[in-house]
Design a protein around this ligand. Structure first.
Ligand SMILES: *[C@@H]1O[C@H](CO)[C@@H](O)[C@H](O)[C@H]1NC(C)=O
Ligand SMILES: *[C@@H]1O[C@H](CO)[C@@H](O)[C@H](O)[C@H]1NC(C)=O
Length: 296
């Protein structure tokens, strides 16, 4: 590792002090945790901000340098302003291979003044079809908001600004597979999806409004890093608490939502959820087993 000069050290120290002062976990620079995946010329770096650009030539995407199991992954995003119809910005975690696991936030753009939709989904062993859609209680294009995955052996929680919007509970005791044995990468991208994204694909991307820009900051990963050279099984073992080795995400208090969070989730579901695969009986005549648990 190169010896850093004194100035960045000083700035690093100041930034660290501020973070400690407000009492939140420290965030990292994009380049410490992530790397551009495609369309490097559609990346704009502005200090601590990263901007991804979508135009009629290309979108752009990035990925984490490492893979992880369990813990917390969070990014602050400010979505495309104004006319974002046809665009999708996604923030997701995914493992590799045909039986991959995946946790998705997909932000579906809209015409000027109309609300974004947030679609979430979960793949377990290569099977998805677990879409939920919600609108937000704020305009996600005006400011940065944090979007987080919290993942342990008991549950996967999707949070928006610390408010849980989705929980996927481990129901292995009911015979359902749970994503707990594959390291996952962290990804984000922006692309054109005007064949389906906005109002069911009826509204197309208006390229006269390009470039469409999504901005990012506050990159945070507090998770168990999985070396690629280590087999998945060994990583699963390494990343689980046992004996003296205790990981924070295995604390009993994180085995399920606390009472306050349960109330928040109920509020989100009652006031902001516009689609839930669990209640789509045209698609699933028999209610998926995991959904019986979702009903409180
Ligand atoms: C993309 O948009 C620019 C500016 O509107 C235009 O000049 C160019 O021809 C377009 N390129 C393609 C591949 O459509
Ligand atoms: C866009 O706005 C329309 C009208 O308010 C709404 O029905 C739709 O759900 C919004 N989102 C998307 C992605 O179409």
């Amino acid at each position: 590792m190169a010896v850093p000069s004194v100035l960045p050290l000083l700035f690093g120290f100041l930034a660290f002090s501020v973070v400690v002062f407000v009492g939140s976990a420290s965030s990292s620079k994009f380049t410490e945790l992530f790397q551009p995946g495609w369309a490097f010329d559609h990346f704009l770096y502005e200090g601590e901000l990263l901007k991804l650009k979508l135009d009629n030539y290309s979108g752009a995407g990035f990925s984490s340098k490492s893979k992880y199991m369990f813990g917390k992954v969070s990014i602050q995003i400010k979505l495309v302003e104004g006319d974002s119809a046809g665009t999708v910005t996604a923030f997701y975690m995914s493992s590799d291979g045909p039986n991959h696991n995946e946790f998705d936030f997909e932000f579906l753009g809209n015409t000027t003044g109309e609300p974004y939709l947030v679609q979430t989904n979960i793949y377990v062993n290569g099977v998805g079809n677990r879409e939920q859609r919600l609108n937000l209680w704020f305009d996600p294009t005006k400011d940065f908001h944090s979007y987080t995955f919290m993942w342990n052996q008991r549950q996967v929680v999707f949070l928006v600004d610390e408010t849980p919007v989705r929980v996927h509970t481990n129901m292995e005791k009911h015979g359902l597979p749970f994503p707990k044995d594959q390291p996952m990468g962290v990804y984000s991208s922006i692309w054109n999806a005007d064949d389906w994204a906005t109002q069911g694909g009826r509204v197309k991307t208006d390229w006269s409004h390009a470039p469409f820009i999504a901005s990012y900051k506050g990159f945070e990963i507090d998770a168990c890093e999985c070396p690629i050279a280590v087999a998945a099984d060994d990583n699963a073992k390494r990343c689980s608490s046992s004996g003296e080795k205790r990981y924070w995400w295995d604390e009993p208090t994180l085995a399920e939502l606390n009472l306050h969070q349960s109330h928040q989730l109920l509020w989100v579901r009652a006031n902001h959820m516009v689609y839930d695969y669990c209640t789509d009986s045209a698609r699933f005549p028999a209610t998926p087993v995991e959904c019986q648990h979702h009903r409180h």
